[in-house]
Design a protein around this ligand. Structure first.
Ligand code: F6P
Length: 549
């Protein structure tokens, strides 16, 4: 793959000039000069509204960013992405999570094999398992129906199904509860097992590689928990375990029968896998009908991304706007603010999606990049964040672009309360645009009856510069389809940014080193032989041995 030299292009340099021009304006001024800006800079797609009008950019900026996207052949890259080209260059793999939700029946070949039949067969099998469990046909070792499912997985094998399952709580089927265990810390599985009955619990061990130490450790703990139950025979394990993996042999070795193993393919990355059998806990929670609606929502966003011109393309704009702040306005972070309690795991999910994908500094060809890549993704649900970190967003010294995400219609009956939440979300957006001048602050204090000396003393502290850029993403309701579209939107944003940066968004070599060192350090913790301890860790390991009981 040839490296685009966009940083030395005329377009890039013009964008640098643009950044200087826009530094002398404000969001308020942009709205004053163009009262139609909110509607001009809003876009609907796959049922969502994307309002990007509250960003420090204008039509010229956008056109230049589109030119830049064209100059790195983004439209062609999108085609390669959807058609199964091996865009994961280091691992020589396609990234075809989009195929998992495509209704398209046309053959799609990876390494000479049409992948569609196995996708459909897996969905059928997931549906069969859901029916068996829901109808009480699948029974535990004492003959009782399954009431609880524990997903054991980490990273993509945890965050996707956990986030989506929580997001779609109103669709949960009452007869079954799903739990998620991911952490190597035994407190996680201990807390889960403490409230479960072994007779009615089913474990899903979800691991693409089936070598991930956290997952296997928890899976072994679960296995032991079952084996130590009275009347539990090793052959009963089959009634209590399902595996999702691309390595069925390893799952069989663990003791799971082939008929209880669902496949994962090397063309699906862990953090993009919620659409595959990794989504089984979600399908069990909400039922297969809703799971299919989740896939269809994502498919609508795929269709939008693949067919819309760049200027009217939601993931493209979301990506380009992030690129604008990172490259030209020196932003180092990007906050996600979902105003929805059900979206409380979205930030963690997007942290993996964006930072594991684009937190890199080598181009496809191994060269060092000469620019900043992925910003730090952070955030929390509104309105909790308002009472925690919004102070810094309003008056701090950093530039922190933001995404507000909010649904218009709630699932709960407290519609007035929801209106309040919605108003808070919009109020934050407005405050981020207009801020508050010292005169306005003084006026407010005067109205409160404060003495002039106090007004003078206090009013500087009430000043807010405003001009804090952000997007608003609106959903009519947090339904399975709209959630699917929202997640696909961010997946494609990641792809757009990876293409611009010329990095491989689909590998994750950075997580390997820590795993290697963990294997090497364990003996030093198990014995008191400190000879192999790295100098940087000597005081910590010595303290460990002195205090370990
Ligand atoms: O964090 C590295 C990673 O490979 C993720 O990409 C992945 O989602 C997670 O570990 C779990 O991997 P596996 O599914 O192979 O257990």
């Amino acid at each position: 793959m040839t490296a685009p030299t966009f940083t030395s292009s005329a377009t890039y340099q013009t964008l640098q000039q643009q950044a200087k021009i826009l530094a002398n304006t404000s969001l308020s001024a942009l709205f004053t000069h163009h009262p139609q800006r909110a509607s001009l800079f809003s876009l609907e797609g796959a049922g969502l509204l994307f309002d990007y009008s509250k960003n420090l950019l204008d039509t010229t900026t956008l056109n230049l960013l589109i030119d830049l996207a064209d100059s790195v052949s983004l439209p062609q890259a999108i085609e390669h992405y959807f058609s199964g080209t091996k865009i994961n260059s280091t691992e020589q793999r396609a990234a075809l999570h989009t195929a998992l939700r495509s209704g398209n029946k046309q053959a799609l070949y990876v390494d000479g094999k049409n992948i569609r039949p196995s996708i459909h067969a897996t969905l059928e099998k997931m549906g069969f398992i859901c029916d068996q469990i829901q109808d009480g046909i699948w029974r535990g070792f004492t003959g009782k129906p399954i009431t609880d499912v524990v997903n054991i997985g980490i990273g993509g094998a945890d965050l996707g199904p956990k986030m989506a399952s929580c997001a779609l709580t109103p669709y949960h089927q009452p007869s079954l509860t799903c739990h998620f265990v991911s952490n190597m810390d035994g407190s996680d599985i201990h807390a889960a097992l403490a409230k479960l009955c072994p007779e009615t619990t089913l474990f899903i061990v979800s691991s693409k590689t089936f070598t991930t130490v956290e997952t296997l450790t928890n899976a072994h703990t679960a296995k032991q928990w079952l084996l130590q139950q009275a009347h539990f025979h090793p052959s009963d394990l089959d009634k209590h375990f399902i595996a999702i993996t691309s390595q069925p042999d390893k799952a069989i070795q663990f003791g799971i029968s082939p008929s209880h193993i669902l496949p994962l393919w090397d063309w699906v990355g862990g953090r993009f896998s919620v659409w595959s059998a990794v989504g089984l806990p979600l399908a069990l929670s909400i039922g297969m009908k809703h799971f299919r609606a989740f896939l269809q929502g994502a498919q609508q966003m795929d269709e939008h991304f693949r067919t819309q011109p760049l200027r009217q393309n939601m993931p493209v704009l979301l990506g380009l706007i992030s690129f604008w702040y990172t490259h030209f306005l020196n932003a180092k972070t990007h906050a996600i603010l979902p105003y929805d309690h059900h979206l409380r795991y979205l930030v963690s999910y997007l942290q993996q999606l964006e930072m594991e994908s684009n937190g890199k500094q080598k181009k496809h060809n191994g060269e060092q990049v000469a620019y900043t890549t992925c910003p730090i993704i952070w955030g929390d649900v509104g309105t909790n964040g308002q009472h925690a970190f919004h102070q810094l967003l309003h008056q701090g010294t950093h530039l922190n672009p933001l995404d507000f995400i909010v649904a218009i219609n709630p699932h709960h009956p407290y519609t007035e309360q929801h209106q309040q939440l919605f108003a808070h979300c919009l109020a934050q957006s407005h405050a981020f645009v207009v801020g508050c001048t010292e005169e306005e602050a003084a006026h407010k204090l005067r109205q409160r009856g404060l003495a002039e000396t106090d007004i003078k003393r206090l009013s500087p502290h009430l000043v807010m510069a405003g001009n804090r850029p952000h997007n608003i993403i609106l959903l009519p309701k947090l339904t399975p389809a709209h959630l699917g579209a929202l997640i696909a939107l961010y997946e494609h944003k990641v792809f757009v940014l990876g293409t611009l940066w010329n990095i491989n968004s689909f590998d994750q070599w950075g997580v390997e080193l820590g795993k290697e060192f963990a294997i090497k350090l364990l003996p030093a913790l198990q014995s008191k032989d400190a000879s192999d301890i790295p100098a940087s860790l000597s005081s910590v390991v010595h303290y460990y041995h002195r205090h370990k009981t």
